[in-house]
Design a protein around this ligand. Sequence first.
Ligand SMILES: [Zn+2]
Ligand SMILES: [Zn+2]
Length: 337
Amino acid sequence: MIGFRESLLFMLSTPLYVLIIGAEVVMSYFQHRPYYSIKGVLQNCYLTLLNMGLDLLVRGFYIGVLVWVYQYRITEITTPWLYWLTLLILEDFAFYWLHRVDHFCRLFWAIHVTHHSSEEFNLTVGFRSSVLQPLYRFIYFVPIALLGFRAEDIVFMYSATQIYGIIVHTQYVGRLGFLEWFLVTPSHHRVHHASNVRYLDRNMGMMLIIWDRLFGTFAEETPEDPVRYGLTTNITDHSLGNLVFHEWKKLIDDLRIPGPFGQKIKYLLAPPGWSHDGRSQTADEMRQELGIGIETDEGLELKKIGELRSVQAMAGLANTQTASPETTITHNDHLPR
Ligand SMILES: [Zn+2]
Ligand SMILES: [Zn+2]
């Protein structure tokens, strides 16, 4: 069920990955930068293999759905360059919403969290896949098929743009000038993998950063608040099952808390960190409480970051926190309210 174009893409991209990952490993080794660990790389390989295996298993089904929907297309673009350009933009737009829901809905965060649970940030983290995502990703592409784009082209475009999505996982590339305005750059994606409160759930585009700028989820990397990679509360059990299901376990625990049906629905669908009794906070609640926000005055923002750091230092958390709203589960256990 893998088309010729995708096989070609695979054959062309594999040497590229080997080359740039090899260069990054060698450079970081000789520069004594702790970007890589064998354990981290093995985890990333394991997660990508699981993801690829599941994708192959369900590929026939989701392509079938897209082919079926395509029959009822409401329009068609016949100019090839316009067809492919429109497909690229539409698919990137769809991916932005998929990724945004992954971050703002606990059920999907439980799947996506694996991509964020690495405390390292290097090119192999690009392969640290959300294992179960192939089960539902295609739903976001259904409107694209309805707009007259063939199933095999949609799948091919996703594979092609993923190559870009992988190579932005690096600490070796700084700011990229005017490209920062419209493309997702390594700097933007470093922010995406940060656990710093101001950076949580930011920069969710795959190729284009314009969606984040348009829909209020953009944050710039700032030297005053260096990125700490990972989750706000990092996982300590790196066993193979826990790597994939640790957030599911917490979610099930929360669903077992006695309460009305609406409470259970909120634990399932509200943003990560939501709690019925205020014992944990969402990323937005934390930002609000700390006065951190992209729309606030820069001076105030930096002041608040300073305050946050001293609070963390008091709580003995400095330099130990890592990324993701999952951290919000325990966050207010540590921060004075
Ligand atoms: Zn993400
Ligand atoms: Zn990433």
